[in-house]
Write a protein that binds this ligand. Structure first.
Ligand code: 5AD
Ligand code: SF4
Length: 482
C-alpha cells in the first residue's frame, strides 16, 4: 500500500511524551492521512472491528472503535472494509483456530483491495508462538499489537501507514501503565462497561490469562467514579464493572479500599440505576460484598461465580483455593441475604486427571446450587500453563461422554430456575428491538433474565415495568404494565 513520508505530514512536529496527549497528537496525524487517502479513493474509508472473547475485549473494542471513528474512518460490519481489526481471545485453543480461519479468508479480500489494512490485537497476540505463526503464514497482516497498548492504536496506525512491512508492537504483559480518557464508541448509549482493574494474579493451573493479561493493576477509585459520572451525564443508566477478578480490587493502591467499598460508592453515584460486575472469584468474595449487594437496590441481583469443578481434589490441583464445601457455604450465605439472586457459573469438563467421582462432585454442586445458567467448557490444553504439562490428560471419548451429561443437567435446572418470576411485574431495561419480530422489544430484569414484550424503538434505554407472563426456557414473554 502507499506509504506516506513522515515529513510531508501536516501537523508533523514532535510528538508529546506524556499520555494521553501523545495519542491525541497521533489521532490528528492519522486523521490527516486518512483524509488524504479517502480523497484519493474518492470515497470515505471504512473500518470493521471484530471482537472475540469476553466482556473485557468487548470494552476494549469500544475504545478501538472510538479511536478509529475519531481519525475519520466510517464504521462498518463488513470485512470488506478498508481497515479490519480482530480483537482476539486465546482462553481456549478453539478461539485461536477461529481467528486463523478468518484470517485465511481475509487474504482473498486483501487481493481485491491492496490498500486494505489488516490488524490483530488482544490476548492471542501476547503469545510469542502466535506472532511467529502470523509472520510466517499470514504475512499480509499489517499490524499486530497487544492487550496493553490498545490505547496506542492511532500511533500504531500512523507507523503502519508510514513503514513498510508488518508492524509488530506487543509490550510485555507483565509491565505497562493504564491509559484511559480516550474516545470510545459505546455499543449501547444507555449502558457501559467500566474497567476497574486489569490482569490476573491467580494462576489457575489451566488458564493462560495471567500470562497474556499480566499482573493485577487496579484503577484509582476517583478515576473510576469520574468516568461513571461522565457516563451518566451522557445517558448511561447501567454500568458493568469489569475485571478478571473484581473481588481482589484495590490491592496495590495507596487508598484504603476494597471491592465492596468501591461498589457501594458506585451505587451511590446519582443516575446509576443499575450496577453489575464481572467476574468474581469465589475465594475472594467477602461477606462485606454480600452485605453491600443486599443493601443497595440498584446493585443487580446477579453473581457470576465460576465453579470450574465441584471436586475439592481437582480444585486444589487447579489452584482455585476453595473447596466444594466452602463454595457451597458461600452460595448459601449469598442466597440467605438475597433469596431471589441469579447465580451463573463457568465449569470445565475434562481437566487432567478428572475421575468419574470428580465429575459426580461437579454434578452434585450444580444440583445443589441451582444455577440460572452456566457456561460449560471442554478443557483445552494451553501451552505454558502447568496443567498442559500434566500427564494424565483425560481421553477425548471420556470428555465427550461427560460433557453432554453436564450440559443437559445445567439446561434442565436453568429452565426451571429462570421461570421463578413467572406472573410477577419486574422492571426491564429495554436494550433493543427484537431480532426476529420487530413488534417486540428485548430487555433484561435486574436478575439478568431476558424479556421480550410488545413495544417500539422509542423504549430503548428506558426502564419500564413488565408483567412476565410466560417463561420459554431462558427468556420471558411479557406484557407492558405502563
Ligand atoms: N480450558 C477450558 N476452559 C477454560 N477456561 C479458562 N481456561 C480454560 C481452559 N484451558 C474457562 C474457565 C473460565 C472461563 C472464562 O474460561 O471456565 O472461567
Ligand atoms: Fe484465569 Fe483463574 Fe485468573 Fe480467572 S482467576 S482469569 S480462570 S487464572
Amino acid at each position: 500500500m502507499t506509504k506516506f513520508n513522515r515529513m510531508e505530514e501536516a501537523g508533523a512536529g514532535i510528538p508529546p511524551v506524556t499520555e494521553p496527549a501523545r495519542q491525541y497528537y497521533f489521532m490528528e496525524r492519522a486523521a490527516e492521512i486518512i483524509r488524504r487517502k479517502s480523497e484519493e479513493a474518492g470515497r470515505p474509508l471504512t473500518f470493521c472491528v471484530q471482537t472475540f472473547g469476553c466482556q473485557m475485549n468487548a470494552r476494549d473494542s469500544e475504545k478501538l472503535r472510538g479511536i478509529l471513528e475519531r481519525v475519520g474512518f466510517i464504521k462498518s460490519e463488513d470485512e470488506s472494509a478498508d481497515f479490519v481489526l480482530y480483537n482476539t481471545c486465546t482462553v481456549r485453543e478453539n478461539a485461536n483456530l477461529k481467528v486463523y480461519g478468518r484470517l485465511g479468508a481475509l487474504r482473498a479480500k486483501k487481493r481485491e483491495n491492496p490498500n486494505k489494512i489488516i490488524a490483530l490485537c488482544g490476548c492471542m497476540t501476547q503469545e510469542e508462538e502466535v506472532v511467529n505463526t502470523i509472520r510466517k503464514s499470514y504475512p499480509f497482516v499489517d499490524l499486530v499489537f497487544g492487550t496493553h497498548n490498545v490505547y496506542q492504536l492511532a500511533e500504531l496506525l500512523v507507523r503502519s501507514l508510514e513503514e513498510d512491512g508488518m508492524v509488530v508492537d506487543v509490550p510485555d504483559a507483565t509491565k505497562g501503565s493504564i491509559v484511559e480518557e480516550l474516545p470510545t464508541d459505546r455499543k449501547y448509549s444507555f449502558k457501559s462497561g467500566v474497567n476497574i482493574m486489569y490482569g490476573c494474579d491467580n494462576f489457575c493451573s489451566y488458564c493462560i490469562v495471567p500470562y497474556v493479561r499480566g499482573r493485577e493493576r487496579s484503577r484509582r477509585p476517583e478515576e473510576i467514579l469520574d468516568e461513571i459520572r461522565r457516563l451518566t451525564k451522557d445517558g448511561v443508566r447501567e454500568v458493568m464493572l469489569l475485571g478478571q477478578n473484581v473481588n481482589s480490587y484495590g490491592k496495590g493502591l495507596d487508598e484504603d479500599i476494597d471491592f465492596a467499598r468501591l461498589l457501594a460508592r458506585v451505587a451511590e453515584v446519582p443516575g446509576v440505576d443499575r450496577v453489575r460486575f464481572m467476574t468474581s472469584h469465589p475465594k475472594d468474595l467477602s461477606d462485606d460484598l454480600i452485605h453491600v449487594m443486599a443493601s443497595y437496590p440498584n446493585i443487580c441481583r446477579h453473581l457470576h461465580l465460576p465453579l470450574q469443578s465441584g471436586s475439592t481434589r481437582l480444585l486444589k490441583i487447579m489452584n482455585r483455593r476453595y473447596t466444594k464445601e466452602s463454595y457451597l457455604a458461600l452460595t448459601d450465605r449469598i442466597r440467605e441475604a438475597m433469596p431471589d439472586i441469579s447465580l451463573t457459573t463457568d465449569i470445565i469438563v475434562g481437566f487432567p486427571g478428572e475421575t468419574e467421582e470428580d465429575f459426580e462432585d461437579t454434578l452434585d454442586v450444580v444440583r445443589r446450587v441451582q444455577y440460572d445458567s452456566a457456561f460449560t467448557f471442554i478443557y483445552s490444553k494451553r501451552s505454558g500453563t502447568p496443567a498442559a504439562e500434566m500427564e494424565n490428560q483425560v481421553p477425548d471419548e471420556v470428555v465427550h461422554r461427560r460433557f453432554p451429561h453436564l450440559l443437559r443437567l445445567v439446561q434442565e435446572i436453568g429452565r426451571e430456575r429462570t421461570a421463578r418470576f413467572t406472573g410477577q411485574v419486574k422492571d426491564v431495561l429495554v436494550e433493543s428491538l427484537n431480532e426476529q419480530n420487530r413488534d417486540l422489544v428485548t430487555g433484561r430484569i435486574m436478575e439478568n433474565a431476558v424479556v421480550h414484550f410488545p413495544g417500539s424503538a422509542s423504549l430503548i434505554g428506558k426502564i419500564v415495568p413488565v408483567r412476565l407472563d410466560a417463561c420459554r426456557g431462558f427468556y420471558y414473554l411479557g406484557t407492558p404494565e405502563f
